[in-house]
Each structure stands twice: as C-alpha cells, then as structure tokens.
Design a protein around this ligand. Structure first.
Ligand code: HEM
Length: 166
C-alpha cells in the first residue's frame, strides 16, 4: 500500500518541488489509505454526551435526561456486522462503490452532527511529503501498545525505521 501511495504521489507531483492545492484532490488511493487508517486507529476513540432530553432507542429502551452517554468510535469502526474482516487493512473499503453501500455513520473519525470536527483536512500533505522522502518500516520488536485516552495513544511510543529515498 505504501509503495502504491508513493507512486501515486510521484506521478502527481512529477518534477515539481512542492505540492499544490489541486494535487490533493488527485490523491485517490492515498486518501483511501488515510481513511482506512482512521478506521482502524481512530485518533479520537470515543465521544460522550450528557443528554439534554430523554432518548428512546429503536429497540424501545430509553435513557432519562441528564444521563452521561458514551459512543465508542473505535468499536463502531470494528463492528463485524458492518465491516467484513474488520481487522484487515483494506483501503478499497473506501472506494466510491463500497462507500455508497454503507451507512453514513459507520465511519465516524470526526464524529457527526452539530458538534463534529472543524479540522477535517486529513493528513494528505504530510503523507505526500513524507512518502516522497522516506520509506517507513515498522520495528517488529517494539509494536505500539494501544491505550485509549482522550486520544488513542501508544503507551510505548511509535517506533519506525526510515529509509531515505534517493
Ligand atoms: C485526524 C485529526 C482529527 C481527528 C480524528 C479529529 C476528531 C474529532 C472528533 C471525533 C471531534 C468530536 C468530539 C466530540 O464530539 O466530543 C472533534 C471535534 C473538534 N475538532 Fe477535531 N479532529 C482532528 C483534527 C482537528 C484539527 C486539526 C482541528 C483544528 C483545526 C480540530 C478542531 C476541532 C474542534 C474545534 C472540535 C469541536 C467542534 C465542536 O464541538 O463544535 N480537529 N474532532
């Protein structure tokens, strides 16, 4: 996947030195990879709310006003009823055909509704500039240990090898 993203970016940028705004819209495969990463490792693993009025769920159960509720974005993104083989990294889940068959709230890295994220510019620029310069390899001796805090973190850091691309 990394090689395919790099090739896509190299083809877009060709012999230019910098990225241009229009380039971002052409990064089709890279964008699918970013979304698939946000699915498996949502930086905000959950959100919570205090109910301003009672709520009744489709199955008839209710919660009273004032209840504190929490939604796990992490678990929504790994729900096997929605995502086939949820632990497999497959960017094609975000192809236009596959997205159109899915509920709009199956993928919620930026939450939804009135209080969703205002900073959804994703990480395309950073990804492009990094992949043009380096090949990234995980350090198998130090896999990240996920720990859910307000953001999803790694308890032991994120250890990578960087190989310079000439
Ligand atoms: C990958 C990066 C990011 C992710 C995954 C993310 C995710 C989220 C999520 C899930 C929420 C909803 C929180 C809740 O409902 O309790 C949120 C809200 C928010 N985000 Fe982000 N965010 C990201 C980057 C950014 C950036 C770069 C900015 C600033 C430019 C930003 C600004 C905000 C603000 C101001 C809110 C609150 C909006 C409101 O309550 O009306 N976010 N974000």
């Amino acid at each position: 996947h990394q090689r395919r993203c790099r090739e896509e970016i190299q083809e877009i940028i060709r012999d230019r030195k910098t990225l241009q705004w229009e380039d971002l819209g052409k990064m089709t495969y890279s964008t699918m990879c970013i979304r698939e990463s946000l699915r498996l490792y949502p930086p905000v693993p959950g959100v919570s709310r205090q109910l301003s009025k009672p709520i009744t769920f489709p199955d008839g159960r209710t919660l009273p006003e004032g209840s504190i509720t929490a939604i796990s974005i992490f678990l929504i993104h790994r729900n096997p009823a929605v995502w086939k083989d949820p632990l497999v990294f497959d960017p094609l889940r975000f192809s236009p055909e596959n997205v159109s068959g899915r509920h709009s709230h199956a993928f919620l890295p930026f939450s939804a509704g009135m209080r969703n994220c205002i900073g959804q510019q994703e990480m395309k620029v950073l990804l492009a500039l990094t992949l043009l310069r380096f090949e990234l390899l995980p350090d198998p001796t130090k896999p990240p240990l996920k720990i859910p805090q307000i953001i999803l973190r790694s308890k032991n850091g994120i250890h990578l090898f960087l190989k310079k691309i000439h």
